[in-house]
Design a binder for this molecule. Sequence first.
Ligand code: PLP
Length: 405
Amino acid sequence: MIDAVNIRKDFSILNTTVYGKPLIYLDNAATAQKPECVIQTIDELYRTCNANIHRGVHFLSEQCTEKYEQSREKVRQFINAEKKSEIIFTSGTTGSINMVAASFGERFVSEGDEIIISEMEHHSNIVPWQLLCERKNAVIKVIPFDDKGVLRIDLLDSLITERTKIIALTHASNVLGTVNPIKEIITKAHLHNIPVLVDGAQAVPHGNVDVCDLDCDFYVFSGHKLYAPTGIGILYGKEKLLEQMPPYQGGGDMISTVTFEKTAYAQLPLKFEAGTLNFIDAIALGVAIDYINKTGRQNILNYENKLLDYATKRLASVEGLKIYGEASEKVAIVSFLLKNIHHLDTGMILDKQGIAVRTGTLCTEPLLTHFSKTGLVRASFAFYNTFDEIDALCEALEKISLMFK
Ligand code: PLP
């Protein structure tokens, strides 16, 4: 069981006041707050252990390298990858997708080939593929979703052709909250030998992810949405694919030997980790994973599901409020509009009450186009949020609703 009152003691930022009101932080899908152990780790590492990894034979360098590699092992276990060499540290979800689009695209995508994405993708899972398609003269095809925010996977068969080179889909939508039937899609794609990249940015913080069970070819996520620091993320890739892909960037650490004539690349995962990586934050990501494991991933999921149910019912009862995203399986994200009030106005009035929500396009312009909207308001929850905070949000929205009668 989650005891949010106790858990909140680990997140000192939650004691902040905003305009004299206690902070109610409901923008967790944008970035989550960091527990004290993560902040302390960063502080301690810079004070006691900072030295570049994989390079020195000296004590600090070896210590830092060991911690960095231990963190890679923690990530491997966290998503149940088969091998440590399949876990690549990147700058985040965006960095990981760009890496796959560039490297996989370079090796496997040619003129006239097709890439399938969905209508509910974050811009991070659209633009890198568009850049690739511009370079290669390839084509993007899109799986639509219905008005409840459920992916039309019944249309997938009609989109797949022998030119389809990869399917790149979000596991959970950052706007609709929809959890997509990724496993079913992967099984279908593999019948045609098409690899699948899963954008797990919004799924990993909210439950168990098992890449072996999913059988996905790539799985990507960001540390900062997982209670870890910014600037660190993960690309999981199946070894047999990563082996065939060229390096994304050249530089130190990704080579085995260099001459002016030819360079031999390092083995996985270092082949994809050129230059000095963000090793301090990579280690802190491991500490965030320890914290989540200690809290219990199932406990987190159960609690967040209760928050989601409560928030959905309470919000739906606010006069004039419409929720976007009504799939039966969702992560704890609720996007909405209140009457015909501009999303920015709603967000700014909530802010004055100390309530932090996200407003705007939410980095998903094509998704908004589906609903003919230019922006939404989004409340997204973490396991340190409380039912009282949801009440406060709804009471504030009720007042706004009255103001705009
Ligand atoms: N994909 C999804 C579904 C997201 O929600 C986000 C961020 O909100 C991203 C990708 C991009 O993540 P980042 O900015 O950490 O690279």
